[in-house]
Design a protein around this ligand. Structure first.
Ligand SMILES: *Cc1c(COP(=O)(O)O)cnc(C)c1O
Length: 487
C-alpha cells in the first residue's frame, strides 16, 4: 500500500477525453436536430436488451468504447419525448441548452444543499424567477425538487404541520387531537394520496370531491363535505386545487377555492404541475387567475419549461412556516459567519440534504430564450390543443371524450361501433400500432368510465401537420381494424 502509486479518476491524457467529448457534442447536435426524421419510439432488439445484463465491469474500457456502446444501444431506444409527435402522459420535450446545463452543473460539481457558492445564488435566483412567473410575493419561499410529486409533498408537509394544532415534528401524527382532512377533486393526481400516506395521515385523510361536467371541483359538494366532516369530528385542514388536471387538463376555480379556504381557515394548496406556468402565457394567463393566492404551490419546470428531467419546484407563501417544517442541522452542518458554510442552507426547505444543481439548466434556457418565448410556446400548445379538437370534431369517425381545456385532448376512434369493450380493445390496438410504427406516441386513460386515447401536447417541436397526421393515422387504422376486429 505504502509504495503503491496514488491513483485518480482523472485521465492520464486529457487530450483523449477532449476528443471523445467533442465527438459526443457533435453526435448530440445531430441527434437532437435530426429527431423529426426518426421514429418516435422503437422496440429494442433482444440483443440490445441482453447487453444491459452484462456483469459488473471490473477492468477498464476506454471512454471512447463506452461512449460508442451507449450511442448504439441506449441512445437508439429512448422514450421519445423529445420527438415532435410525442404526446404521451405529460412530459416535457427537453431542450439542448438545458442538456448543456446538466453537463455544466456536473462540471461545476457543487452540492446544492447550500454553501457560499455561485451555484447556490443561481438556485435562489431561479426560485425567485419562478415566484415572479407565478406572481408570488418576494417574501414567499421556494425550493427546487426532483419533480412535481416531491414539490406537492413539500407543500402538503408544510400544510400538515401548520394545521396540526400540535408540534407535529415533536409529537408525531399519533398525537393529533383530531384527524386531519384534505380535500381535492376526483381528478386529482395520484401523488397526493401517496404524499398523505407517507406523511402518516393515511389515504383516508384525502377526501375526493366530485367534479362537474367540465371536470372542475364542484364547490357546493366541497362545502358540504367540509361541514359534514366538522360535524363528524374531523379537522378540515387543506384544499388541494389542480391547475391543469392530468386526465383532461381541467382547471379548478382557484379564486373561489382560495376565498373559501380563507373564510374557513383552511390551507390552500395548488397542484400547478401542468398549469401554473400558464401565468406567463399572454393569451391564456387568465385561466389560472387566483393561483397566486395559494398558501403553497407545486410546479414542474420539466413540463412546460422543457427542462430536461428532473426539475420541480415548491413555493410557500409563509417562508417562516416552510423553514420551520424542514430546518434541522447536525453538529457537522452549522452555518458560519464566513467561508464556504456561510449564508443560508438550502436544505432547510425540503427533504433532501445533498441536492443537484438543477437550477442551472433552467437558468441558462430562461436567459437564452427569455421568458416571453416560453409564454408564447405555452399559448402555442394550447392553440394546438384547440386545433386537434376541431380536427376530431370534424370527423364523424372520431369522438371527443372530454372538453379540451388546454393542451390535453381526450378522444377515440368510434366508427360505427357502440360496444364499450370493443371500443376499448380497438383504441388500445390503434395506440399500440401508432407507437410500434414509430408514428406518434399518445397514451390512454379512462374518462367517466369510458376508455379513450389522450394526446398531451406539451411539446415545443409539435406542428399542426403532426396533429393532422395523428388524426389521419387514427382514422386509417380504425377503419382497417374495425371490420376485422375480433369479438
Ligand atoms: C405530472 C404531475 C404531477 C407529478 O409530477 P412529477 O414531476 O411527475 O413528479 C403531479 N400533479 C400533476 C397535476 C401532474 O400533471
Amino acid at each position: 500500500m505504502e509504495n503503491r502509486p496514488e491513483e485518480t479518476l482523472d485521465p492520464d491524457d486529457w487530450s483523449l477525453v477532449r476528443d471523445v467529448a467533442h465527438e459526443i457534442v457533435d453526435d448530440a447536435v445531430r441527434h437532437v436536430s435530426g429527431v423529426r426524421d426518426r421514429r418516435v419510439w422503437q422496440e429494442m432488439p433482444e440483443a440490445v436488451r441482453g447487453s444491459f445484463r452484462a456483469p459488473l465491469p471490473v477492468e477498464p474500457t476506454s471512454l471512447g468504447d463506452v461512449y460508442r456502446e451507449f450511442r448504439e444501444t441506449v441512445l437508439r431506444y429512448p422514450m421519445g419525448n423529445i420527438h415532435p409527435r410525442f404526446w404521451g402522459w405529460y412530459m416535457g420535450a427537453g431542450n439542448f441548452t438545458g442538456a448543456l446545463g446538466d453537463f455544466l452543473a456536473a462540471i461545476d460539481g457543487s452540492n446544492l444543499g447550500g454553501g457560499n457558492t455561485a451555484a447556490a445564488e443561481i438556485d435562489r435566483q431561479v426560485v425567485a424567477w419562478l415566484k415572479a412567473m407565478t406572481e408570488f410575493p418576494d417574501s414567499a419561499s421556494g425550493t427546487l425538487t426532483s419533480g412535481g410529486s416531491m414539490a406537492n409533498m413539500v407543500g402538503l408537509t408544510v400544510a400538515r404541520n401548520a394545521m396540526a394544532g400540535i408540534d407535529v415534528r415533536q409529537e408525531g401524527v399519533t398525537s393529533l387531537p383530531q384527524p386531519l382532512r384534505f380535500y381535492t377533486s376526483d381528478q386529482v393526481h395520484s401523488c397526493h394520496q401517496k404524499a398523505l400516506e407517507t406523511l402518516g395521515l393515511g389515504s383516508r385523510a384525502l377526501r375526493l370531491v366530485p367534479s362537474d361536467k367540465d371536470f372542475r371541483m364542484d364547490l357546493s359538494a366541497l362545502k358540504s363535505a367540509i361541514e359534514q366532516d366538522r360535524a363528524e369530528g374531523w379537522k378540515p385542514a387543506c384544499v388541494i386545487a389542480t391547475a391543469g388536471t392530468t386526465n383532461t387538463g381541467s382547471i379548478d376555480d382557484m379564486q373561489a377555492i382560495g376565498d373559501l379556504c380563507r373564510r374557513e381557515g383552511l390551507w390552500f394548496h395548488v397542484d400547478g404541475c401542468i398549469g401554473a406556468l400558464i401565468k406567463i402565457a399572454p393569451e391564456n394567463r387568465h385561466l389560472v387567475d387566483g393561483i397566486e393566492t395559494a398558501d403553497s404551490l407545486a410546479l414542474d419546470p420539466h413540463k412546460w419549461l422543457h427542462a430536461p428531467f428532473e426539475a420541480g419546484c415548491a413555493v410557500v407563501r409563509d417562508a417562516k412556516r416552510h423553514f420551520q417544517t424542514f430546518t434541522l442541522h447536525g453538529d457537522y452542518l452549522e452555518e458560519k459567519p464566513r467561508g464556504v458554510a456561510s449564508g443560508e442552507y438550502l436544505f432547510d426547505y425540503g427533504f433532501e440534504l445533498s441536492r443537484g444543481f438543477k437550477a442551472l439548466k433552467i437558468w441558462l434556457s430562461l436567459k437564452e430564450q427569455g421568458v416571453a418565448k416560453f409564454g408564447r410556446l405555452i399559448d402555442q400548445n394550447i392553440a394546438q390543443g384547440a386545433y386537434l379538437t376541431r380536427l376530431i370534431e370534424a370527423e364523424p369517425g372520431l369522438e371527443l371524450m372530454a372538453p379540451t381545456a388546454i393542451n390535453i385532448v381526450c378522444f377515440r376512434y368510434r366508427g360505427d361501433m357502440t360496444d364499450e369493450t370493443r371500443l376499448r380493445a380497438l383504441n388500445t390496438e390503434i395506440m399500440l400500432r401508432l407507437q410500434e410504427a414509430g408514428t406518434a406516441v399518445a397514451t390512454d386513460t379512462v374518462v367517466r368510465g369510458r376508455h379513450c386515447l389522450r394526446a398531451a401536447i406539451n411539446n415545443h417541436r409539435t406542428r399542426r401537420e403532426d396533429l393532422e397526421l395523428l388524426v389521419g393515422e387514427t382514422l386509417r387504422l380504425g377503419r382497417e381494424l374495425e371490420g376485422t376486429f375480433p369479438m
